[in-house]
Design a protein around this ligand. Structure first.
Ligand SMILES: [Zn+2]
Length: 146
């Protein structure tokens, strides 16, 4: 009881102190050295639109850029445990039985967004356990650009 009360009070005090410090930093930093601009550049980008076009997934990002990711590359990069294996606590990689990829494995049957951070493709061969974060998609797309 006492401990909880103490903790809450000190938390509040830290928050207030932190706030004051930040205001201070803003005032004392010369223009252009405000670290927030740099942080914003590394903020994860999010797709505003995604649709399969032919054998590619067209992604429009919130910065206005567009990516065309081959569906085959997307499927082969499937991050699920069945496709990529799972690391145990000892650091050993366990892979599931080898999957036979057919032409249907590279056809998109559906695309579902997961929360506000990822998409879960449904493949025509029934595979749908891979969750691709937007960040991962972006990196994949960059690897396949040009
Ligand atoms: Zn998979």
């Amino acid at each position: 009881m006492t401990w909880q009360a103490t903790k809450q009070t000190s938390l509040k005090r830290i928050e207030a102190g932190d706030f004051r410090n930040r205001a201070l930093i803003h005032k004392t930093l010369p223009p252009g050295v405000d670290g927030h601009a740099g942080l914003r550049q590394h903020a994860p980008m999010r797709p505003v639109d995604m649709q399969p076009i032919g054998d590619e997934l067209a992604i429009k990002w919130d910065d206005g850029s567009e990516s065309y990711l081959p569906l085959e590359a997307l499927r082969r990069a499937c991050p699920c445990a069945g496709c990529q294996g799972e690391m145990d606590v000892m650091g050993h990689l366990h892979k599931g039985p080898e999957q036979t990829l057919t032409p249907a494995s590279f056809q998109l049957a559906g695309l579902q967004t997961v929360g506000s951070y990822a998409v879960q493709p449904m493949w025509a061969d029934g595979h749908n356990t891979g969750i691709f974060t937007f960040d991962f998609l972006r990196r994949l797309a960059e690897r396949h650009a040009g």
